[in-house]
Design a protein around this ligand. Structure first.
Ligand SMILES: C[S@@+](CC[C@H](N)C(=O)[O-])C[C@H]1O[C@@H](n2cnc3c(N)ncnc32)[C@H](O)[C@@H]1O
Length: 254
């Protein structure tokens, strides 16, 4: 999957994707991330890309021309139909479901605003979708773009070494993930739950599902309600006799 990021701060994007799993995925050719400097496309003297807002108000706004011309140049490489997503506090809030939907794209163009944002006319011309990272305002779209790239990349086949690990993560089946433990069996007087040492996979699965449901009920009642109102969902007995979760999006992984 190829990401193009239109930004005034390309080094932020480069620094953000040059580590850990994303760096390995790039080296393996599973994803690529190209940061494109919007400033390179301005026709203004001295590389200026922003100006005062009509009607008054504090702060500067990114002008339409460099954003539009940059996008046209990126589309020469990405293809004219490549989807353009503007990272914006006014967009729909990013979720795992949206990450899954985006992971089906081959080429994606991300637009990062800065200062007071971007002239509305450029947005009207080039943007297909607006995505927000939450109800708060950041100084720029670069961190949201990196968050989106990270969440989407780990869904691209081959990026995670253990293909199953994305499937059991929180949100993937509509629930938060169950608690997990690694060695040693006892630490500061706290023991790993005995059932996890039993070797009985059916019981372990049932325990994990129960834990996921309980944790979701306690921490995210909104998700719990949605999960429980879904037909076919069953809560297993703690002993492990219950059926696996049948939430629709879980059907491929359980
Ligand atoms: C200071 S913000 C502009 C906010 C804009 N004046 C408004 O009130 O909607 C500058 C840029 O940061 C990015 N940004 C800020 N908060 C964001 C959020 N919650 N999600 C995604 N992008 C965000 C956007 O790209 C935005 O153009």
């Amino acid at each position: 999957m190829q990401f193009y990021v239109m930004t005034l701060f390309p080094e932020m994007i480069e620094n953000g994707v040059n580590n850990s799993i994303m760096a390995r995925a790039r080296a393996a050719g599973l994803i690529d991330v190209t940061a494109v400097n919007i400033r390179d496309y301005t026709l203004e003297k001295h590389g200026r890309v922003d100006d005062y807002t009509y009607g008054g108000g504090a702060g500067l706004l990114m002008a339409a021309q460099p954003v539009y011309d940059c996008c046209m140049a990126v589309k020469e490489k990405a293809g004219k139909d490549a989807r353009v997503i503007y990272l914006s506090p006014q967009g729909r809030t990013f979720t795992q479901e949206i990450a899954e939907e985006i992971s089906l794209e081959e080429d994606l163009i991300l637009l990062c605003g800065h200062y007071e944002g971007i002239d509305e006319r450029a947005l009207e011309e080039i943007v297909d979708d607006e995505i927000s990272m939450g109800d708060y305002v950041l100084t720029g779209g670069e961190l949201p773009a990196l968050t989106l790239i990270d969440a989407v990349s780990r869904l691209v086949p081959g990026v995670l070494h253990n293909e199953n690990s994305a499937e059991i993560d929180s949100f993937q089946n509509g629930l938060l993930e169950y608690p997990q433990y690694t060695r040693p069996e006892e630490w500061r007087g706290k023991k790993v739950p005995e059932i996890l040492l039993s070797g009985d996979h059916a019981k372990v699965d049932a325990w994990r599902l129960t834990q996921s449901i309980e944790r979701t009920k306690e921490r995210r009642p909104d998700l719990y309600e949605a999960y429980m109102s879904n037909k076919g969902t069953t809560i297993p007995e703690e002993t492990g006799s219950g059926k696996r979760n049948q939430f629709p999006r879980d059907s491929g992984s359980s």
